[in-house]
Each structure stands twice: as structure tokens, then as C-alpha cells.
Ligand binder design. Structure first.
Ligand code: NFS
Length: 667
């Protein structure tokens, strides 16, 4: 039964006001949520499973391994290190497969759009041309759809590629990183191939050396970050528009009492974008009015929410941990879902209300849900059929409760392109000002806070980490449900500059930007790879991502995708901090992840549970990078007037945050 949880081992207190408000209502008293289930389970997690040493890869076992105990190795002789590495690598493969399958659908939709078979248009022609150049697609005297078709086909070919030349996007990485990948033999060759090889190598009796297993895990993860995820982000931007800063709102208060509320939950923006178009159709609006509603209110949940938030400013009602809570309001006519991060329990919660869960993808059905297949070839018709079903539920709505006061303003839409303009201005669009602000110490470094939320840590963990980072003048880039949680905490808008240390606050206030830049969904973590590369290419912060004062965290990771992301960050040279990893039962392998990987990639994994400790590690690592770059040395402070600034030439030594008066510059 719904409770305002008071804590149990294995999960944490609810601090989120909107969650507490909803669960405190009478209408929610028969609702069972993940909080209740965790409380009921207590600390029942299997020690072998949580430490990574349970092997189920053949039928001689399952074998539960104890590292260092001779008769507690696998029946086949597999050691704790081999088993934990195989389990970890399979997690990476599953995460990469999820991103890969999502990307494939997006590219197929992109091709249909180029052929004129969808309700969408190629919108960002500038980005289309930029990407065509990367893929060596001729753009001269060609129509945008012709270019898009060839680009889409080349992108799709990356999935089934069998040659060994490496994925096309790898060449966007810093030169030094590309050389390292080549030397290590971890350049991904085909998106699908790396997942298949990972599954093969972790099959019983194949790869039994943990470092070698991890080379393929890196290759598989890189095929996600620099392959499928990046393809998905870029082609989605071209088709639906590259995000630009815009205002919107987040949290349960975005639901409307007098509208048909439809939440869109999952990941693939083809469905969500089609629903957005259909919801504006006069025929659909008229139907809603006929049912007594004032209109149709679409609201996002999880990453599909982030996709339409970034590009259309559609509000996000909830992140991962609130997917049951949004239904417990009793105010949702339908939750439309596609793939990934949809808890099976939503069908059960919906039973207490008039709400329908509508599954839309043949790959993801659910007992108790209504299935309406979303047909790409007839996207608008499918979207209307789904909306019609939802609208007709409006009349059945009973008692409901919307915590109206929990609706937070956010400014979102920071693609890696936007950062150029945001800090560089229209005439000097580049990463130069960001680099200069890092070099002069106004911004100490960049922290990416990404991934899920999870019931294992307190629901304000993201907020606690970010407040510490901001106080220490670290600029935060956020994606996924982490970004939604930070939005709920009021940190994703320019007014949050007041929580920053003096120098970061000065930069944010001058530019008018939030200190937490929302960069999109989880596939959009690929934007972070490009942003880091731009920082390297701009100069002054080293020659490789591993030298940039930057670090990532997925403090409340839940999904296997997060581990794939963590591994592609590390293999790209960026350190990461996670709340835990299922590897601690294998000493040598665990040590390899947490320390020795540094020697291979210039980055390694870190683990810490306490949010303040996570922040401390991040700050410490960023300062260590600054020390290594030699930019932490005290510099002479000189008052520069405009002429002196001009003499320095374009960009060099300038802290171009938009001010035009004399300024103190360090040199
Ligand atoms: Ni990412 Fe998105 Fe959220 Fe985590 Fe799930 S929605 S792709 S995996 S839970 S951020």
C-alpha cells in the first residue's frame, strides 16, 4: 500500500514534495509502488548477484563464486574475475543493444521521412549538410531529401557493417583518442556486430581473461556512444530540429485538471513527435471538447519526455521513479508507452483508476495494457487512433488530485551547437569562451550528471551532488532522468545561478544561462562526447578528452544502458562515478575498473554511495586535471581595456561572456 516511506535498508526516504503529496491522498491508498515493494523485500538482494560473481552462462551451475576460495570457483573452473567481467560485459552489451535498436528505428523513420512517407520534414538543413560531410555524401545541387536519403542509408549500413574499417563517427573524436583506439584494437566495426561478438565472447568457454573481455566491452560501448547513440541524436535533430534554448515546466503539476492528460513514456521520439502533431489536429481537439475537456495536454515521462521537451517545450510530468506516481494522481487518461524503462507495475497501478496503458510497439507488450501498434508508414493515423482511445477515457475520470504547486520552470535545449552560441555569441560562435573561462578558473570544469533515478538512494541525491558542484564553480551538463530530477529541484533555470560560487554565477548571469544545462535524453549523451571533443579541439585544455577538467556521474543508475554509457565515457577518456557496480566480489577485476583502467584509457570508474562523497570525488578529479594542465597556478591579474582585448586577437585570452567594459584578465 502506498506509504510515505520512512526508510528501510536498501532504499531511502521520499523527499520529493509532489510524490509525497500524491501518495498522501485517499485516492492513492490502494496503490502499491516500488517504494512499498522495496520495503517489503528489505535487504533481500543476493550477495553473489550484487557482487557480480553468480554465473548462469551454462547449465552446469548456476555457480556462485567466492574469490580466493579454491573450491568456490565455477564448475568449469571460471574464476571470480572472469565471471564478474563476463557479467559486466553482458550488461554493457544489453545497454548498447537498447540504444542500437532505438537508433535503428530512428534511422528507418528518417529514411521514410526523406522519401516523403511520414508526417515529418527534414528540418535542420545546416546540420544535414554537416553530417553529410562526415559521411562523404555529396551535397552540391542536391535536394535536402535526396541528401537525407543517402545519409540515412549510409547510417543504417553502419549497423550491419562487416568490414574492419571502423564506424564513420569515430573520426569526430580527438586525433589522439582515435590513435589510442587503433593501438588497443577497440575501434568498433559495426553496431550490431559488437553486441553479437560480446555475447559470443561471454558464452561458456570462450574469452576467459578479464582484461581481454573488457577490450570488447569497450569496443561494444564505443559502438553505442560514437555509433548508434550519436547517429540517433544527430539524425533526430536533423529531422525534428536541433534543440535551442526554450522555457518549459516539469513535475506532476504540469497535468491539467480540465484537459485530457496523456503521458508519453519510453524512448523513441518518432511516436512522441507524431502524437504532438496529431494532438494539434482540430478533429482531435474537437473530440476532446465533445467529451467535456478543454483540450489535450501531452506530458512526457522518462527520456521520450526529454526528447519532446528539448525540441518542442512539451512539459515533463515525471522521471523514472515517478512513473507510478503520475498515474496515482488519477488524472491521466492514458499512458502511451513504447520501449525501455517502463515498469510492469504501471499496468497494475492503472487498474485503480480509469487510466489505460497503451503499448504501441510490437517489441514491448504488457499484460493488462491495451495494444495499438504504431505504424511508421501511417504515423499520423496511428497517433490519432491512440489519441482517440485516450480522449474517450476522459469521461470516465473519477476523483483525482494534481499537486498544482509542484510545477517548476526550466530552460532547456542545450545541444552542443547551442553551447557555441550561448557562450560565444552570434559573431564568435565557438567553444573558445568556455575554454577560456575554464583556463582562467571562473569555471573550474565541467561535470556531466546523467542517467536514471533509482529507489536505492534518496530521491534528492542528484540535487545534493549538483548543489555541491555549483558551489564549487563547476558547470553542470545534464541528461536523462537526472536532468528531470534537477528540474524538479529548481536548478535548470537561469535563476539557479544564485546557488553557484561567485565566478560561475558571474558567467551564468552575464550570459543568462542556467548553471545546469539540459542536453536531452540518454542517447543524447553523445552530445557530451562532441562537446568534450570541441573543448579539446579549441585548444588550451590538452590534446585528448582525458586531459580536460571534466567528469561524469550516473549516481542513481538503474538501467543497463547506463553501464554502456559509463564504459563509453571511460573508453573515451572521461572518468565516471557510479553509486555501485556489481563487481566487488572479484578483486582483480574490480581493481582494474576502479584503478588500472587509467593506464589504458586515461580514465577509470569510481564508486561512491553518499551524494556528498560523489561530489567530492568529482571536484577532486577536476582539480587534479587542472593541476596537470598547469592552469591552477596563480596568475598575475591585469586590468584589460577594450584595445588591449582587441590586441589579443580573436578569442585568445578573452573571457567573452558578453560584457564590453574593462575587465580583469589573468595571464
Ligand atoms: Ni536513460 Fe531513459 Fe531515465 Fe535512465 Fe531510463 S528513461 S535512456 S535509462 S531511467 S535516464
Amino acid at each position: 500500500m502506498a506509504t510515505s516511506k520512512t526508510g528501510c535498508e536498501g532504499c531511502a526516504d521520499i523527499t520529493c514534495p509532489s510524490t509525497k503529496l500524491v501518495l498522501g491522498q485517499d485516492i492513492a491508498k490502494n496503490v502499491t509502488t516500488a517504494y512499498d515493494r522495496i520495503q517489503a523485500r528489505g535487504m533481500a538482494a543476493c550477495l553473489f548477484g550484487s557482487k557480480g560473481t553468480c554465473c548462469r552462462n551454462c547449465n552446469m551451475g548456476p555457480c556462485q563464486i567466492i574469490d580466493g576460495v579454491d573450491d568456490m570457483i565455477g564448475v568449469c573452473g571460471a574464476t571470480a574475475d572472469t565471471v564478474a567481467a563476463r557479467n559486466f560485459a553482458r550488461t554493457v552489451a544489453a545497454g548498447a543493444a537498447a540504444h542500437g535498436d532505438h537508433a535503428r528505428e530512428m534511422i528507418k523513420g528518417f529514411i521514410e521521412t526523406a522519401k516523403g512517407n511520414s508526417p515529418h520534414q527534414i528540418q535542420d538543413v545546416e546540420k544535414l549538410h554537416a553530417l553529410a560531410k562526415v559521411f562523404e555524401v555529396d551535397t552540391v545541387d542536391r535536394d535536402k531529401n535526396e541528401i537525407a536519403l543517402e545519409l540515412g542509408e549510409k547510417a543504417l549500413a553502419e549497423f550491419g557493417s562487416q568490414d574492419d574499417t571502423g564506424l564513420t563517427m569515430l573520426k569526430r573524436a580527438p586525433k589522439k583518442r582515435q590513435e589510442l583506439w587503433k593501438k588497443l584494437g577497440v575501434e568498433p566495426r559495426g553496431v550490431d556486430r559488437e553486441v553479437v561478438e560480446m555475447m559470443h565472447r561471454t558464452h561458456m568457454g570462450v574469452d576467459q581473461e578479464y582484461k581481454n573481455i573488457m577490450l570488447q566491452a569497450s569496443r561494444c560501448a564505443l559502438s553505442d556512444g560514437w555509433g548508434s547513440s550519436m547517429l540517433s541524436t544527430e539524425l533526430t535533430d536533423i529531422m525534428f530540429g536541433t534543440p535551442v534554448p526554450r522555457r518549459s515546466t516539469v513535475d506532476l503539476g504540469v497535468l491539467k485538471s480540465d484537459h485530457v492528460n496523456i503521458t508519453v513514456h519510453g524512448h523513441e521520439p518518432l511516436l512522441a513527435e507524431s502524437l504532438c502533431i496529431a494532438a494539434q489536429d482540430p478533429e482531435m481537439i474537437a473530440l476532446a471538447k465533445k467529451q467535456g475537456a478543454k483540450g489535450i495536454n501531452l506530458a512526457g515521462v522518462c527520456c521520450t519526455g526529454n526528447e519532446i521537451l528539448m525540441r518542442r517545450g512539451i512539459p515533463v510530468a515525471a522521471g523514472f521513479i515517478q512513473q507510478e506516481i503520475v498515474l496515482a494522481t488519477g488524472a491521466v487518461e492514458a499512458m502511451v508507452v513504447d520501449v525501455q524503462c517502463v515498469m510492469q507495475s504501471v499496468a497494475e497501478v492503472a487498474k485503480s483508476f480509469h487510466t489505460d496503458i497503451i503499448t504501441t510497439n510490437y517489441r514491448a507488450k504488457m499484460t493488462g495494457a491495451v495494444h495499438i501498434q504504431f505504424e511508421e508508414h501511417a504515423a499520423l493515423n496511428s497517433a490519432k487512433e491512440i489519441l482517440t482511445h485516450a480522449i474517450k477515457n476522459y469521461k470516465k475520470r473519477g476523483k483525482f488530485f494534481i499537486p498544482q504547486e509542484t510545477k517548476l520552470d526550466v530552460v532547456v535545449g542545450f545541444s552542443h551547437e547551442t553551447i557555441n552560441y550561448m557562450l560565444g555569441g552570434r559573431f564568435r560562435a565557438s567553444y573558445r569562451p568556455l575554454n577560456d573561462n575554464i583556463i582562467n578558473g571562473r569555471i573550474r570544469g565541467v561535470a556531466a550528471i546523467v542517467g536514471c533515478d533509482n529507489f536505492k538512494l534518496a530521491d534528492d541525491s542528484h540535487e545534493i551532488i549538483v548543489r555541491e558542484l555549483l558551489k564549487n564553480n563547476i558547470l553542470v551538463l545534464a541528461t536523462g532522468c537526472a536532468a528531470t530530477a534537477l528540474g524538479r529541484a529548481g536548478l535548470v533555470n537561469p535563476e539557479a545561478a544564485k546557488y553557484c560560487g561567485d565566478s560561475l554565477r558571474e558567467v551564468c548571469e552575464t550570459v543568462g544561462m542556467p548553471p545546469v544545462l539540459h542536453m536531452g535524453s540518454c542517447v543524447d549523451n553523445s552530445r557530451l562526447l562532441i562537446a568534450l571533443t570541441q573543448m579539446v579541439n579549441q585548444g588550451g585544455l590538452g590534446e585528448d578528452i582525458s586531459e580536460v577538467p571534466a567528469i561524469g556521474t550516473a549516481p542513481m543508475w538503474m538501467s543497463e544502458k547506463a553501464v554502456a554509457i559509463g564504459q563509453y565515457f571511460v573508453a573515451s577518456g572521461a572518468q565516471v562515478v557510479f553509486q555501485d557496480l556489481a563487481t566487488s566480489g572479484a578483486k582483480a577485476f574490480n581493481n582494474y575498473l576502479l584503478e588500472d583502467m587509467m593506464g589504458t584509457y586515461g580514465a577509470h570508474w569510481n564508486v561512491a554511495k553518499d551524494p556528498k562523497e560523489i561530489a567530492r570525488i568529482m571536484i577532486e578529479k577536476i582539480e587534479a586535471k587542472r593541476d596537470a594542465l598547469g592552469i591552477n597556478k596563480k596568475k598575475e591579474r591585469v586590468l584589460f581595456d577594450m584595445n588591449m582585448r582587441r590586441d589579443l586577437g580573436d578569442g585568445h585570452g578573452l573571457t567573452d561572456v558578453g560584457c564590453h567594459g574593462p575587465e580583469v584578465v589573468e595571464r
